[in-house]
Design a protein around this ligand. Structure first.
Ligand code: ARG
Length: 295
C-alpha cells in the first residue's frame, strides 16, 4: 500500500516487522567523475570544473570516515563515460526479504545520460549472489533507487520521494513486490530533486529534514513517524546539502563541513558529528549520502 497523507494511514510504526539495518556500504571509485552535462540546478555553470585530485582526496576521506564508524566499504569500479556513476545511491534499491535473503531493484534513470550506469551495478550484485529482482519492477517507469527510496531504519517501511527523478506509480509495484508499506513524499523544489537531499533518517526515531522541500501532507507524514525531527536551515540545506548526511550506525553522522547550526542540533540530540569535505561533488548536486549505497 502507498500512503500519501496521514488520514490514509492504517498502521502504527510498532506494528511493522523489524528489519536489521544495513551493515555494509558500497562506494564507486571517482576516477571518471566529472561534470559533462546539466541534469539538476546545482550542475549549472559547473561543466568541466571538477578538480580531479581534490575529488579523489575527498572520496578517500569519506571512505575513511565511514571506516571510522566501523562500517566496511565495498568498492565498485567507476566506468569511463559515466561521470555520475560515483553517486552510487541512485542505480539500485537493495532490500532484505523476511527470510533474510537479499536482492536489488534496478533503477530506471530519469536522465538518459545516466542510464548506462545501471548495468554495472546489476553485474556487480549478481556476481556476489544477490537476487536482481526485475520481476518486481520491469524498468519502464522512472525510479532512481536509494536517491528517492529510503528504508526507515530498523523497520519494514519505505519512504518514497517522487516528482523529479521518480514517478510515484513505481511505488505500487515496489510495495506489492517487497510486501512493504511505502510513504510517498512529493518533492516540490528542483534543488531538492531527490528525497535524500531533504530527508536523512538518522535512527528509528530521528530525522533530519529541510521542511520547505515538502508539501503540507508530506511534512505531516514525517512528523507522524519521527518523534524527533531536526530541521536544517536553508543555507546549510541548499548550499551544503546538510540533509544529504549519513549515519551509518545511528550514532555518528557524516556530514559536509560547515553545517554549523545543523551540527549543533545533531550534537544536542546526542549524535557524534564527523565533518568531511565534498565540495567537488556538491558542484554536481551530490554529497555524503549519494556517494554510497547501504547494503
Ligand atoms: N549529478 C547527479 C545527478 O544529477 C547527482 C546525483 C546525486 N545523488 C543523489 N542521490 N542526490 O543525477
Amino acid at each position: 500500500m502507498v500512503y500519501t497523507r496521514v488520514s490514509e494511514l492504517d498502521f502504527e510504526l510498532d506494528q511493522l516487522p523489524h528489519m536489521p539495518p544495513a551493515s555494509r556500504l558500497v562506494m564507486t571509485t571517482p576516477d571518471h567523475f566529472s561534470i559533462d552535462y546539466v541534469i539538476n540546478p546545482h550542475m549549472a555553470g559547473n561543466i568541466g570544473s571538477v578538480d580531479k585530485n581534490r575529488a579523489r582526496q575527498q572520496w578517500d576521506d569519506l571512505k575513511e570516515a565511514f571506516a571510522r564508524c566501523g562500517i566496511p566499504v565495498d568498492v565498485v569500479e567507476g566506468m569511463p563515460g559515466q561521470p555520475d556513476m560515483v553517486f552510487c545511491a541512485n542505480q539500485t534499491l537493495p532490500f532484505l526479504r523476511t527470510d533474510g535473503s537479499k536482492g536489488i531493484i534496478l533503477s530506471k534513470m530519469h536522465a538518459a545520460q545516466r542510464s548506462g550506469e545501471v548495468k554495472h551495478f546489476e553485474a556487480w550484485f549478481a556476481d556476489r549472489g544477490w537476487d536482481v529482482f526485475d520481476k518486481i519492477y520491469h524498468g519502464d517507469i522512472d525510479f532512481e533507487g536509494m536517491g528517492d527510496a529510503l528504508w526507515h531504519r530498523g523497520k519494514r517501511l519505505l519512504w518514497g520521494g517522487h516528482g523529479f527523478r521518480t514517478d510515484i506509480s513505481v511505488y505500487d509495484t515496489i510495495s506489492q513486490g517487497l510486501d512493504t508499506p511505502v510513504i510517498a513524499l512529493q518533492l516540490d523544489d528542483p534543488e531538492f530533486y531527490h528525497l535524500d537531499t531533504c530527508l536523512c533518517i538518522l535512527n528509528e526515531d530521528t530525522a533530519l529534514i529541510y521542511p520547505p522541500a515538502y508539501t503540507k501532507e508530506g511534512l505531516a507524514l514525517i512528523r507522524r513517524f519521527f518523534p524527533r525531527v531536526i530541521e536544517a536551515p536553508e543555507t546549510e540545506a541548499r548550499e551544503l546539502f546538510a540533509c544529504n548526511a549519513h549515519s551509518p550506525d545511528g550514532k555518528h553522522v557524516v556530514i559536509q563541513r560547515g553545517c554549523t547550526k545543523t551540527n549543533t542540533a545533531l550534537r544536542d540530540h546526542g549524535f557524534e558529528v564527523i565533518e568531511v569535505d565534498t565540495d567537488e561533488y556538491l558542484k554536481s548536486g551530490g554529497s555524503v549520502f549519494c556517494m554510497k549505497l547501504m547494503t
